[in-house]
Design a protein around this ligand. Structure first.
Ligand code: FAD
Length: 313
């Protein structure tokens, strides 16, 4: 199938792109890397009358650190995130996660802004933004808005962006030295959309979490920042504490049918894709002290939740 006929405009600046979006309203669509937009058009899931190509707008590119803020332009491609020394140093969670996004051909074209604006609940990068407490910066004719990532994603393929706004960049707080992260996803094959996944960022003091943000993805209509993580903060992680947090997590997460592969039975629940009691596939030494064990413990929760969910169904 081919896309319906459409007009094409190459925006020369953010101001020019916004003028085009305002002039054409809901009939226009922004084009970044095209890795989600073009398939949707070819399948005629959407039929915009005008494509506003922002791919040549230099001001939307780039990764930089200013003080304690890491700034990433909307047009930064997945492959650039993978290769960036700034991302490796200041957002290693993002580097780890982006390696799971699709395959090299898609990572060579797909952009951070496109992934966030597309807001697929099974996507890795939206969950990372929530875990990393990112601020998403959008621009419209009335000026700029700064939106906390946890408020940006509002539903399946829905965000706080209006049709007349552009996602410009994201800002991430540079993590403290005693920070750690954890990323894990269950997928049919490496590069497939996740069946269930977890992106987590933590501050570790001694042998406890001083802060813990766990963002689950592919378990609802948007990334879920787990409230149950609070039960693991400033407390020794005994089996009883883990079990309590895990119970709370099980009540909080309500995975939907897998919308990527609805016809395939084992994908309906993330719980069926992993064996009961799967923590051992995630970590080898769950009680080791220090930052690594902090990361590992998040993994135990995911595995434990998957196992319990499996029994529930
Ligand atoms: P586009 O396709 O250009 O745009 C996507 C949407 O966002 C459109 O609605 C567009 O109008 C809007 N948009 C884009 N940029 C902006 C902006 N700056 N401001 C406002 N609106 C904007 N993604 C994953 O996360 N995980 C995967 O495992 C994965 N696997 C994939 C496998 C395949 C085979 C394919 C084709 C894609 C896969 N993707 C996956 C999607 C891929 O990561 C896309 O790159 C990404 O979702 C969209 O980025 P893009 O730059 O291509 O955006």
């Amino acid at each position: 199938m081919k896309a319906s006929a459409f007009s094409y405009a190459r925006a020369t600046s953010v101001v020019n792109a916004l003028e085009l979006l305002v002039a054409h309203g809901d009939k226009a669509k922004v084009l970044s890397g095209g890795q989600s937009l073009m398939p949707a058009m070819n399948l005629r899931l959407i039929s915009p009358e005008l494509i506003v190509d922002i791919g040549e707008i230099a001001e939307l590119r780039g990764i930089g650190v200013r003080g304690d803020v890491l700034s990433i332009g909307a047009l930064t491609r997945h492959v650039d995130l993978l290769g960036s020394p700034e991302i490796a140093a200041h957002a290693p969670l993002l580097k780890e996660a982006v390696a799971h996004v699709a395959h090299p051909a898609i990572r060579n074209r797909g952009t951070l802004g496109g992934s966030l604006a597309h807001a697929d609940p099974a996507s890795e990068l939206p969950a990372c933004m929530v875990a990393l407490d990112a601020t998403i910066i959008v621009s419209g004719q009335a000026g700029e808005r700064r939106i906390a990532a946890k408020d940006f994603f509002t539903g399946i393929y829905e965000t706080a962006l209006s049709a007349q706004e552009l996602l410009i960049s994201v800002e991430l707080p540079v993590p403290q030295k005693n920070s750690t992260h954890f990323f894990h996803e269950f997928a049919r094959r490496h590069g497939d959309y996740a069946i269930a996944g977890l992106a987590a960022q933590a501050i570790v003091e001694g042998d406890v979490f001083a802060d813990l943000r766990m963002a689950f993805f592919a378990v609802g209509d948007r990334p879920v920042l787990a409230k149950a993580a609070k039960k693991l903060v400033n407390v020794a992680l005994t089996p009883a504490v883990l079990s309590d947090a895990s119970t709370a997590l099980g009540e909080e997460l309500d995975p939907h049918e897998d919308h990527q592969h609805p016809q395939q039975d084992c994908a309906r629940s993330p719980t069926r894709a992993v064996p009961v009691g799967s923590p051992s596939i995630v970590v080898s030494d769950p009680v080791q002290a220090g930052p690594l064990s902090g990361a590992s413990r998040s993994g135990i929760l995911l595995g434990d939740w998957c196992g319990r969910g499996g029994q529930r169904r």
